[in-house]
Design a protein around this ligand. Sequence first.
Ligand code: PNS
Length: 163
Amino acid sequence: MKKAIYPGSFDPITNGHIDVLRRASRVFDEVHIAVIQNPEKNSFFTIEERIEHLQELFRSEPEIQIEGFKGLLVDYAKKKDIYTIIRGLRAVSDFDFEFQMALTNRNLESKIDTVFLMTDEKYSYLSSSLVRQLAKLNGPIGQFVPDLIEQALREKCKAQKGH
Ligand code: PNS
């Protein structure tokens, strides 16, 4: 059974993330989406909301598991006994930081390897922060995120404006 961890903030998940996930699912039997609970980063959606969105999106796909994690990714990987990490690459500009992270993780745990998958070029400019910005300004986001996320973003923005 080939398993991999796909870690990230997923704040929110975009069609670019889903594209990477679909590609990973063709290579691995099980993909564990690991949603970071990052106390240093003020997330738009809470960890509970992000997990709930992902669970809803992949409800009928048991080969895609969803969990939250805190702390070091390598500690989470060791606990799960899964030593392959998936990361998506959109453009060369992603590479520097991803290279640093991959080597840091391998330095912390030599068994860890990171597998990079390239997103479809139509998502090469897409990011969660861009989607959040568009949503806050009531821009069109339907082509960038699944319907469920679009709805959640709209509701969150409305709730925030109400305060
Ligand atoms: O979606 P993101 O924000 O690009 O994901 C980044 C993530 C969560 C993969 C990265 O920040 C991470 O692994 N954080 C956990 C802390 C850690 O292990 N740091 C050491 C490796 S650089």
